[in-house]
Write a protein that binds this ligand. Structure first.
Ligand SMILES: [Zn+2]
Length: 184
C-alpha cells in the first residue's frame, strides 16, 4: 500500500474513531441534553464529511470502471478502507485514470488532515506555479494561498495566488509520477 493511501486511511480512521466514538452514557446524562447539542451538530458535520468522502470514492470507482458492478462491496463499517478498496477495484487503469484516482485519494487525505487540525500539511507542498514553499491554508476562505510575492500566479492586481485542494492534489500526483518516471 503506498504512503498516500495509508495516510488517507489512517486519517479517516482517526476521524471515525475519535469523533464517532460513543460517549459514556453517564457523562451525557450529567451534562444534560442542552449541553450536548453543540457537540451533536459538530458530530453531524463530521458524519457528513465521512459520508461524502465515501460516496465520492465509491462513485469514482464506477466511473473509472465504466459503470461495471464492483467485484467487492465497499466497506460499510471500517469506512477508511474505502481507499484500498478503490485501488483493488481498479487494477488495470491507464495512466490518466490512475492519476485521477490517486489525486482523489490524495485530496481526501488533505481534507481529512485539515479536519483533524493538521492543516500545516499544506506547507509541505511546493506551490504549483512558483515551486517555492510559501503555501498556507486559509481556513476562512477554504483555499490554499501562496504568499510568495513573486509567485508566477500572482494576478495583475497583486492578489496572491490561490489553489483548491483538488489542484494541489493533482499537482502532487503529477510530480510524483514524473519522479517515478525519472527514477526508472
Ligand atoms: Zn507560488
Amino acid at each position: 500500500m503506498s504512503g498516500d493511501i495509508t495516510d488517507a486511511e489512517n486519517r479517516l480512521r482517526l476521524i471515525r474513531q475519535h469523533f464517532l466514538a460513543p460517549q459514556g452514557a453517564g457523562l451525557r446524562a450529567d451534562r444534560g441534553t442542552r449541553a450536548t447539542e453543540p457537540g451533536a451538530s459538530l458530530r453531524l458535520d463530521v458524519y457528513d464529511h465521512m459520508a461524502a468522502a465515501v460516496d465520492e470514492t465509491v462513485a469514482l470507482a464506477s466511473t473509472l470502471c465504466d459503470e461495471q458492478e464492483p467485484y467487492e462491496k465497499p466497506p460499510t463499517r471500517q469506512v477508511e478502507r474505502v481507499y484500498q478498496w478503490l485501488v483493488d477495484e481498479t487494477p488495470h487503469l491507464d495512466e490518466e485514470r490512475q492519476q485521477v484516482r490517486d489525486a482523489l485519494i490524495y485530496r481526501h487525505s488533505l481534507e481529512h488532515a485539515i479536519l483533524i487540525g493538521e492543516s500545516d500539511i499544506i506547507r509541505r507542498h511546493p506551490c504549483p506555479a512558483c515551486v517555492t514553499w510559501g503555501l498556507v491554508w486559509d481556513q476562512h476562505a477554504e483555499q490554499v494561498v501562496c504568499w510568495n510575492r513573486h509567485c508566477a500566479a500572482v494576478d495583475d492586481d497583486g492578489r496572491p495566488a490561490t489553489w483548491t485542494l483538488a489542484q494541489l492534489a493533482k499537482d502532487h500526483i503529477e510530480r510524483k509520477t514524473r519522479r517515478a518516471i525519472r527514477a526508472t
